[in-house]
Design a protein around this ligand. Structure first.
Ligand code: ZN
Length: 361
């Protein structure tokens, strides 16, 4: 199944980045390693090709961005790393993107081309087969039954747990995947497109995540290409450029998203410094996966609608107060329409706990 491409570059990551003021973090995940060679070609192992390409991507990113980027590898040598740990590394680092790198293989040596996968339940059985093979590394792990809660990577039934959810990171993942595939096309590679498949490692990462299949190690010509330094330079250049483009989109958009309350003219007239540093209390009324218009009917009769961005969601607030007491009073006044509303403290565009806020005050 070919995905319907989402043409909108989602701004989730950008606002998140801005709010947190943190370095852009990329997790590069060369598949397999150590006792797990991955797919085996005539004269090479998947694990070696993907490590080399990942390192080239990482080096290019660090050379370009220096301290403005943090590159983390799930493995940086020929060692076995469990899938669960790969996802954990990315989640613990609060990475902005996760890029898993693999090579494909099928019985037919004539099949060739590069694909980039995002997480999702594919209706195309071939994609499921690829995912099953990549997931089957779990079987090499000690106590895998316990670790993966009985998930059997070779059983189709097990994939029911991967039911396609409304993934808040999906649009960003697709945007990144498209950048990568376009890079391959620019370098005259055959593109098999952006696809979806239920990869465990993508399922467990909580940020935009893609899995790149560089090409088919089972195709002699592609194996030669992927093994060669020219091939690896081109492949890594495509991924590197795609990440740069993605990062640029975030950087560019972020300045435009700085204002929390787009319809609050008074507030935007205040000096930016004061805005960012001031501690304010607001009443959180609802959360949304996508950005809502401030004139949305849900906000009728509410004052000072604004949002902050947290864990992939737009969190909408109403009111803006200097003290917690005032905010609590306001919360009570809108209780009938928003029984679940609660007071939040916002400092430097970011939510802090009420306890923290009380200390500051
Ligand atoms: Zn693989």
């Amino acid at each position: 199944m070919r995905l319907k491409y989402y043409l909108i570059i989602c701004l989730f990551c950008c606002i998140g980045l801005l709010a947190q003021g943190k370095t852009f973090t990329v997790v590069l995940d060369p598949g397999h390693g150590g006792k797990d060679p991955g797919a085996v070609g005539k004269s090479s192992y998947e694990k070696n090709i993907v490590l080399s390409v990942a390192q080239k991507v990482g080096n290019k990113l660090t050379e370009t961005y220096g301290k403005d980027i943090k590159v983390i590898y799930t493995r940086n040598s020929d060692v076995f790393v469990e899938l669960e740990k790969r996802a954990r590394i990315a989640n613990d680092a609060h990475a902005d993107i996760f890029v898993s790198i693999h090579t494909d293989a099928v019985d037919k040596s004539s099949v060739y081309g590069a694909s980039t996968f995002t997480m999702g339940m594919s209706k195309e059985s071939a994609n499921l087969e690829v995912a099953k093979r990549e997931n089957s590394v779990m079987l090499l792990e000690d106590n895998f039954q316990e670790r993966y809660a009985g998930f059997d990577p070779s059983s189709v039934e097990s994939y029911i747990i991967f039911e396609l959810m409304q993934d808040i990171n999906m649009e960003n993942s697709i945007s990144l995947a498209k950048n990568i595939q376009n890079g391959f096309i620019d370098r005259k590679r055959h593109s098999r497109g952006v696809r979806q498949a239920p990869y465990w490692v993508l399922h467990r990462t909580s940020m935009p995540a893609v899995l790149v299949e560089l090409g088919f190690i089972s195709n002699p010509e592609e194996e030669r290409y992927m093994k060669s330094s020219k091939g690896q330079d081109e492949l890594s250049e495509s991924i590197y450029q795609a990440i740069c483009k993605y990062k640029r989109a975030c950087d560019n958009k972020s300045s435009g998203m700085q204002s929390l309350a787009q319809d609050d003219k008074k507030k935007t007239e205040k000096p930016q410094n004061e805005l960012q540093q001031a501690l304010r209390y607001k009443v959180q009324i609802l959360v949304s996966k996508s950005e809502l218009k401030t004139q949305d009917k849900q906000f009728k009769n509410l004052k000072n609608i604004s949002f902050y961005f947290d864990k992939g969601l737009y969190k909408y607030t109403s009111g803006e107060f200097l003290s917690e007491q005032e905010a609590q009073a306001y919360r009570k006044s809108i209780k009938n329409s928003f029984p679940d509303a609660f007071v939040v403290a916002i400092k430097d565009g970011r939510r802090i706990s009420l306890e923290e806020a009380r200390k500051i005050q």
